[in-house]
Design a protein around this ligand. Structure first.
Ligand code: S3P
Length: 174
């Protein structure tokens, strides 16, 4: 696939801290596709950060989920994009099947320990801004795992060089 032809989008899904943005950027570069990060697109459109949206009593998580849905429904080009999806996006009812109709869905996976390590580096994730983030990660993961597992492919990212993960994603997509 190359950008001069129409090719289906690649949707990267998976839990927070599994590397969707990092891997997405690299894969988009290889495919000469545009990279879209749902979190970033929403922040740009709203002119505020995700923690600000979550913290606003008139907005909050339900409103954020609606913004994610709008982004998927009408906020992004239908072809030649790598779309790095916020961790909860695909968990919305009907969303995984919708993404599968739109393109190729690849889920990145990591152990809970790795997720904790990777997510503690920045504080931009309101759902993990709690006293015991590991506890929250465990609970959320358990709830979401059945959906993540139904992606077109699940790729493990623990203790693996980034270049390996990138080529694995490329193999699944092509
Ligand atoms: C969320 C994941 C975040 C972001 C928001 C909610 C989630 O995206 O969309 O904080 O519900 O898992 P990343 O997966 O890019 O961290």
């Amino acid at each position: 696939a190359s950008s001069s032809f129409s090719a289906p989008n690649l949707y990267l899904v998976g839990f927070m801290g599994t590397g969707k943005t990092t891997i997405g950027r690299a894969v988009a570069q290889r495919l000469k596709y545009r990279l879209l990060d749902s979190d970033y697109e929403i922040e740009k459109a709203m002119g505020k950060t995700i923690p600000e949206i979550f913290a606003n009593p008139d907005e909050g998580e339900p409103f954020f989920r609606q913004l994610e849905r709008n982004f998927i429904d009408e906020g992004h080009p239908p072809e030649n994009c790598v779309v790095a999806c916020g961790g909860g996006l695909v968990v919305q009812p009907g969303m995984l099947d919708l993404l599968k109709r739109k393109g190729v869905v690849v889920c990145l996976h990591a152990s809970l320990e790795t997720i904790l390590k990777r997510t503690s580096a920045n504080r931009n994730r309101p759902l993990l801004d709690v006293e015991d983030p590991m506890d929250r990660i465990r609970a959320l993961y358990k709830e979401r795992e059945p959906v993540y597992k139904r992606a077109g492919a699940v790729i493990l990212t623990d203790h693996r060089p980034t270049s390996d993960i990138i080529s694995h994603v490329m193999r699944v997509y092509r």
